[in-house]
Ligand binder design. Sequence first.
Ligand code: PLP
Length: 417
Amino acid sequence: MSIFSKMLLFRKVGGRHYSAAAQSQLREILGTQLAGIKEAGTFKAERIITSSQSTQITVQGSDKKILNFCANNYLGLANNPEIVEHSQKLLEQYGAGLSSVRFICGTQDIHKELEKKIAQFHGREDTILYASCFDANAGIFEAILTPEDAVFSDELNHASIIDGIRLCKAKKQRYKHRDLKDLEDQLKASDARLKLIATDGVFSMDGNIAPLARIVDLAKKYNALVFVDECHATGFFGATGRGTEEYDNVMGEVDIINSTLGKALGGASGGYTTGPAELISFLRQKSRPYLFSNTLPPAVVGVGLKVMDMLLQSSELTQRVQSNTQRFRLAMTKAGFTIAGENHPICPVMLGDARLASKFADEMLTRGIYVIGFSYPVVPQGKARIRVQISAAHTEAEIDRAIDAFIEVGRSLKVIQ
Ligand code: PLP
C-alpha cells in the first residue's frame, strides 16, 4: 500500500480517531440493527429479475417463467413493443441525455411536447416534468407555501408527500386517514392565507380511495386548494383512466395533480405536476428538484409520449384492468380471504402476521406465482399482507391460476378453510 493510500485510509483526526475505526463502528451499529430487522421477520430481500417487466418474468436462479402479480404495471405497457420502438427512435435521434438541468440547456422539443400531452390528457393548462414523482412531491410544497399558509395532509399519505411537506415552512396539519370530520374541523379553525389539502388519490398499501368529491366540497366551503397524488390512478382508474377525480365524478375540480410515468404509463421513470399555468411557470422558477437535477433522458420521454398517444386514443386497456380486478377480488373474497380496498387493482390479501406473509409469498413462488409480503414498517404492525397487483396484460387464465394457488396455500397455512 502506498504512503498516499495509507494516508487516505488512516486519516488522523485530532491525533486519535481513524476513519477505519469510525467505519467499523458504523458497521457494528448498522449490523446490529439489520440483525434486529431480520429477527423481526421484516427484512426486505430483493429478487433479481432476468427478463423485462411483464406478467411473465424469469428470476435469477431459475429458467422457469413465473407469473408476476406485484408490479405497478397496471396497463401492461412496460415492455410494449411499439413503446420500446418509439423510445429507441428518440434515443437515436436525440441522444442518451442532455447533461444539463432544464433551465440551462436541458429542454428539447420532446420535453415540451410531453408536457403538453400530459396537460391535454388531464384537461389542465400546463405540466412540468420531474425525474420522478418523488421529486415532484418533494418540490411543490416548499416552493409555493410560506409560513402564512397551511397544509392539511392525510396521515397515510405517501412518504414523498410527507417529506415534501417537511421541507416547507407552512403550518403542517395532519388529519386522520380519510376522515372528513377531522379535516373540516381543522379547516374551520385555520386562518391561514393559502390552505392546501394534500391527499393520495389511491392509497397504495390498502388500495383504498380518497373521498375526493367530499374533499372538493370542503375545499370550496373553506376556500382551500386540493392537491392529489395520482401515482396509483393515472391512466387506469376511473372510466377512461383519468384517475380519482374521474372515479369520484369531480373531473377538473382538483387544483393540482402530481403523478408518475414510472407505473402505469410505461413504467420507465419520471414524474410531473399538472395544473394552472401560473403554478407550473412558478415551479420552473422555484422548485428545487427541478432546478437542480438533470432533465429526463430522451428515451424516457419517448416512452411517455407513446403512452400518452395510446391513452388519448383509446381506454380499452383501462377497461381490461378493471374487469380483471373484479374477477380477482370476487373469487378471492368468495374463497374466504379478506381483500382490503375498493374496486382497485391493488388487492391487499390481509394476513396479519409478518412471518406468515413472508412464508405465504415464498409458497406462492414455488407454485410459479410472484407476489410480495408487506410488513412493518411499510404497513402498521400486525397488518402484514400480500399485495397483489392486477394488470390489463394478465389473461383470465393467469388470474385464475393465481386464485387457485392462493386457495391451495391459504388452506395449507390455515388462513382459510
Ligand atoms: N407517490 C406515490 C403514491 C407512490 O406510490 C410513489 C411510488 O412509489 C411515488 C409517489 C413516487 O413515484 P416515483 O417512483 O415516480 O418517484
